[in-house]
Write a new protein. Structure first.
Length: 133
């Protein structure tokens, strides 16, 4: 009850304002509310535009980093093979003959060495096991 008394006294002590000023205050508050709504809508549109721009950039970046198709990869492979083949220092005919002879000689030598080891190991096993009569 004490609160009701204080409220009544506070209302009585307030200076009475003219109804016209109350109407103008209400009208200005409505205009402020409209302006605030417009500002919020503009901010929302701006945020949406920024989000779309960010999404577009992210999509473009993902597309750029994406693995290329099979035909593009094959094309890139043969292009790199071609550039590497241009960098190769090819041997002369004389060098080619010398290298070929060296390979053939080393094949014969390694073949003879393997055959000799096979014969020695085989004879050693027969000697140790005594399977031959």
């Amino acid at each position: 009850m004490a609160n009701k008394k204080h409220k009544k006294k506070a209302q009585q002590n307030k200076p009475q304002t003219a109804p016209a000023s109350q109407a103008s205050t209400a009208k200005s508050s409505r205009e402020d509310a409209k302006a605030e709504k417009k500002n919020l809508a503009a901010e929302r549109k701006k945020a949406e535009a920024e989000a779309k721009a960010k999404a577009a950039k992210a999509k473009e970046k993902a597309k750029k980093n994406a693995k290329p198709g099979i035909f593009t990869r094959v094309k890139n492979y043969f292009a790199s093979v071609r550039t590497e083949m241009r960098r190769v220092t090819w041997p002369s005919k004389k060098d080619l003959v010398n290298f070929s002879v060296a390979v053939c000689v080393s094949l014969v030598v390694v073949g003879i060495a393997i055959a000799a080891l096979d014969f020695i190991i085989g004879e050693g096993l027969f000697f140790v096991s005594g399977l031959r009569s």
